[in-house]
Design a protein around this ligand. Structure first.
Ligand SMILES: Cc1cc2nc3c(=O)[nH]c(=O)nc-3n(C[C@H](O)[C@H](O)[C@H](O)COP(=O)(O)O)c2cc1C
Ligand code: SF4
Length: 560
């Protein structure tokens, strides 16, 4: 069906709502990579087998990840008119028992973690039902309580491979508004008003980047989604694509209209096969419904998106290296300026944004820039998704308003260290970031505060470390990563990181000297100041922050 306006969209919305609020029992298996890694595939097979003759009464679905990765595999069950029940750590045996109960027409809420009475899909709110008063509400579970889900608003609830379910929760209404009620410059103004800053790490104002690209008076322009996420411990973008791919696609189509591009490219690392598959499926469906292709919504705007798979080099996440890789060249950074907004892919103006940046766009257009700017803090509006991993009890994907403190994320949401050991530090921003010590956990998570703590926001990886962790070895781990991933184009990064690594090895082996610490610091500052791209400019950060906050650990190794 080709959608041409709101009436068509509403008809599809009703079809989608019938699936979400169906008069059958709806069982949904969390089927993102984290769920699959803990056995979701087997659970799904068990349920399919048990319920093979009950298709009239039961709808079995695959959904994305609701974020509580520690509790995977997760399944949700909804009886008509009742709240959704969320069952954690489901085994095939538990799944078979659950199916038995469903077939017998009753479900025991025993073992349920929580119930979802209603869900705020932000553009729409859906009431799922009443009952099961004995089960805690979703909002009361500490892992969820302190979060605010904008980007992850549909993750774990809708089927990411079914466009009708995305439309049911308000999907593509922002696109209709943008294309039929707004001019490109009004869209850019709205994005500027929202205060959205790029979620790929540097925090560049998105509206301004769009404006620069839009002002280029050439016929061919490109739009790129950077989905090359490669920081150790980071998987936010993967989940965003696996759980809600249409949100990204809708954001990109609006962006294409705003800057005047006809072609968009999603650059995804090939190690994300499920994300690739779901994006491919979503693109196909978006084309079928007329959201991509010629004369979208019967307007004069035509736009399409294709996928380019990256081979997994960390440096290819850097925007100019990524562009070189799409052009078929070796993925190596190029000097900037010129910036891609002026001269990017094939020498044409190119607007490149991170997955999460694009996912914010439909919300900004649907709800307004002013609404968005009220979330978070002044200069740091909106939310940010973090992957909370490492030595933390409640591992998972956490979305909080910017300005939330590290303490809230690590202790209130994450419940601190799993074995009751003390949390010592958190590495934020991956190998380009830095280790923030526990004494600074009242730091609000925003671009400037993290920078003044010696770290960076990065794209959202948060690796928690307990007192059992050696900070010198942590610095070595990240430096080994960046040294291996250095493209070798410039000497300070190529040679300097190796020298730093040799010194660290020497210190860890107990053969270091005080002079070594001085040399490490000097080298780190030189590499930061003289490297061509962000990889070299930030690679010394883990060493510098561990030296700044945990110097005694280095000195102890030297004394020995
Ligand atoms: C070594 C390196 C790796 C990067 N990796 C990513 C990445 O995986 N994803 C991403 O969006 N940005 C990454 N960036 C930042 C991009 O160069 C670019 O700033 C970003 O895609 C712009 O999008 P934004 O404005 O939405 O943040 C990386 C930068 C460097 C230096
Ligand atoms: S800083 Fe490192 S990764 Fe960047 S261009 Fe130079 S050698 Fe390559």
């Amino acid at each position: 069906m080709r959608i041409t306006g709101r009436t068509d969209l509403n008809a599809v919305k009703q079809k989608g709502l019938k699936k979400l609020l169906c008069d059958k029992v709806r069982i949904a298996v969390g089927f993102a990579t984290c769920g699959i890694a803990t056995g979701a595939d087997e659970i799904f097979k068990t349920l399919s087998k048990s319920l093979v003759n009950a298709k009239e009464r039961v709808s079995l679905k695959k959904v994305g990840c609701i974020g509580y990765c520690k509790e995977e595999p997760i399944i949700t069950v909804r009886f008509p008119g009742k709240p959704i029940l969320l069952f954690p750590r489901v085994s095939p045996e538990k799944a078979a028992k659950l199916a038995e109960g469903v077939l017998a027409g009753k479900i025991s809420p025993e073992g349920a973690l929580c119930r979802i009475d209603s869900w705020d899909h932000v553009i729409t709110k859906i009431s799922y039902g009443d009952g099961f008063g004995e089960i805690p509400r979703y909002e009361d579970i500490p892992f969820f309580k302190y979060q605010r889900k904008l980007i992850l608003r549909n993750a774990g609830i809708i089927d990411p491979e079914d466009i009708e379910e995305y439309i049911a929760v308000g999907g593509y209404s922002a696109l209709i508004k943008a294309l039929t009620e707004m001019t490109p410059s009004e869209i850019i103004d709205e994005v500027k008003k929202s205060g959205l800053r790029g979620r790929g790490g540097a925090g560049f104002p998105t509206g301004l980047k769009w404006e620069i690209t839009a002002q280029e008076k050439v016929e061919t322009k490109y739009l790129i989604c950077n989905a090359d996420e490669g920081d150790p411990g980071a998987y936010m973008n993967r989940n965003e694509m696996e759980s809600d791919p249409h949100s990204l696609i809708e954001g990109m189509i609006i962006g294409g209209y705003a800057i005047g591009a006809r072609e968009g490219i999603i650059y995804i690392r090939a190690e994300y096969p499920l994300a690739v598959k779901r994006i491919e499926k979503a693109l196909e469906e978006a084309r079928k419904y007329g959201f991509l292709g010629e004369r979208i919504l019967n307007t004069s705007f035509s736009f399409d998106i294709r996928i380019v798979k990256g081979a997994g080099a960390f440096v290819c996440g850097e925007e100019t290296a990524l562009i070189a890789s799409i052009e078929g060249e070796t993925g190596r950074p190029r000097p900037r300026p010129p910036f891609p907004a002026e001269k990017g892919l094939w020498g044409k103006p190119t607007c490149i944004n991170n997955v999460e940046t694009w996912c914010n766009i439909p919300l900004i257009i649907a709800k307004g820039g002013d609404w968005f700017s009220q979330i978070g803090t002044s200069g740091n509006s909106g939310t940010k998704v973090f992957s909370l991993v490492g030595e933390v009890d409640r591992v998972g994907l956490v979305e909080v308003p910017l300005g939330t403190t590290l303490r809230t994320i690590i202790f209130d949401i994450g419940n601190g260290s799993p074995e009751g050991t003390k949390v010592k530090a958190v590495q934020i921003g991956g190998p380009s970031g830095g280790c923030v010590p526990a004494k600074l956990f009242d730091t609000p998570v925003d671009y400037e505060s993290l920078k003044s703590a010696g770290s960076i926001m990065g794209s959202g990886g948060m690796v928690v470390m307990s007192e059992k962790t050696s900070m010198v070895e942590t610095a070595r781990y990240f430096l080994t990563f960046t040294s291996d991933e250095s493209c070798g184009k410039c000497t300070p990064c190529r040679e300097g990181l190796k020298h730093m690594l040799n010194i660290l090895e020497r210190i860890i082996a107990g053969r270091g000297t005080r002079e070594d610490i001085k040399t490490l610091e000097e080298l780190a500052l030189t590499i930061k100041a003289t490297s061509l791209c962000g990889l070299g400019q930030t690679a010394p950060n883990p060493v510098l922050t561990t030296l700044r906050y945990f110097r005694e650990e280095y000195e102890r190794k030297i004394k020995r």
